[in-house]
Design a protein around this ligand. Structure first.
Ligand SMILES: NC(=O)c1ccc[n+]([C@@H]2O[C@H](COP(=O)([O-])OP(=O)(O)OC[C@H]3O[C@@H](n4cnc5c(N)ncnc54)[C@H](OP(=O)(O)O)[C@@H]3O)[C@@H](O)[C@H]2O)c1
Length: 331
């Protein structure tokens, strides 16, 4: 089959089209002819050689796709050849054919295009996991979501609003992104390049802080995040886009405010955990997406042909996107 390969770990110019063996599916897997896949930040880190796929996963890039079932394993019960599906996988989506465990696959509703469907799994599963499985967000709580216009941020704002969060604070790097996040339900949007976000939140919460923080930034925000958490607050660390080494760490706030800080990486979770998450997102989000009065929207920023994969990666690295970058697998 055709697939996107990485010649040598490095920048986007290392991506190329090439031939790769078609996956041989296990008993519980589906072989899917891929129509679309979406980009995620981890693809960049994996391309650079700094994020090896989990044991047993395809070494090809890509953790989410949509397409048509071509073949089913002998123990598959819920899908058949010809079904339109989408889902999460530990690797291998940047290809003509991909293998996915049936517990992680979802039937594509007619109301969603293949492009929209491919844009759901990684970001919505991650946002759902961060807010509810780990962050324990409850109605009436205040939440801070960094990188508000990121794929994960966009899903998190909508989920927090739907769950009845009282105030939804977000940070982002341009005024256009702030306006976009407000249109999704953010109650206070702060430009981290021109404002001191921790000061703004302290003022708006009478120095009480927020109950839950979803952080992707790491080093640069560590101290301000601790200051901004309320007593008994939870912070979920999903990435460290500004760096992972913090020079000086003051532990006193952890004790004084009884803070809980937890990291999470979806890709390394067991299939059982991921399928519980899939079921929760299916019940709360995908079923909604089928209805006319849906509270959620999937945002596609830009589409690329997979032959232009280098350009797609460079676009993600430029930090311009407000939503998912979709790639179409063409002949
Ligand atoms: N742990 C997990 O399980 C998991 C799963 C999925 C994703 N993630 C992580 O979640 C993050 C978001 O992923 P995504 O695919 O949704 O990303 P995305 O759509 O590409 O958006 C990322 C945004 O983050 C902002 N940003 C980048 N570097 C920054 C910095 N140093 N300081 C502040 N803001 C910065 C940029 O927006 P601005 O213009 O606002 O700066 C950028 O557009 C990534 O770091 C990804 O690796 C983790």
């Amino acid at each position: 089959m055709k697939a996107v390969l990485v010649k040598q770990p490095g920048d986007a110019s290392q991506l190329c089209m090439g031939d790769y063996p078609t996956p041989v599916i296990k008993d519980t897997e589906l072989l899917v002819k891929v129509h679309c896949f979406c980009l995620n930040r981890m693809d960049i880190v994996q391309r650079q050689g700094r994020y090896p796929p989990p044991p047993g996963a395809s070494p090809l890039l890509g953790v989410e796709m949509s397409g048509i079932v071509e073949e089913v394993g002998s123990k598959v019960t819920k899908f058949k050849k010809g079904d339109a599906v989408f889902g999460l996988m530990p690797g291998g989506a940047y290809a003509e054919y991909a293998a996915i465990d049936e517990r992680l696959a979802i039937c594509k509703p007619d109301s969603l295009s293949f492009e929209e469907a491919a844009a759901i799994p990684e970001t919505w599963f991650t946002a759902y996991q961060a807010l509810f499985f780990v962050g324990n967000l409850e109605p009436g709580m205040d939440v801070l979501i960094h990188a508000g216009a990121s794929g994960v941020g966009i899903a998190a704002i909508q989920l927090a609003k739907h769950a009845g969060a009282k105030r939804i604070f977000i940070t982002a790097g341009s005024d256009e992104k702030l306006e976009f996040c407000k249109s999704l339900g953010a109650t206070t949007a702060i430009n981290y390049k021109t404002q001191d976000w921790a000061e703004v939140i302290a003022k708006e919460t009478d120095n009480k802080g927020v109950n839950v923080i979803v952080d992707f930034i790491g080093k640069n925000y560590w101290q301000q995040n601790l200051q901004t958490l309320a007593v008994d607050g939870h912070m979920v660390i999903l990435a460290f886009m500004s760096g992972n080494i913090v020079d000086q760490v003051d532990l006193s706030m952890l004790l004084r405010k009884r803070l809980r800080i937890e990291g999470s990486a979806l890709r390394s979770r067991s299939i059982d955990y991921q399928s519980r998450l899939r079921d929760a997102v299916f019940e709360k989000v995908i079923k909604e997406l089928k209805s006319d009065k849906c509270a959620f929207k999937v945002f596609l920023d830009k589409e690329f042909d997979w032959k232009d994969i280098q350009e797609a990666h460079r676009y993600m690295e430029s930090n311009q996107s407000q939503g998912k970058i979709v790639v179409k697998v063409t002949q």
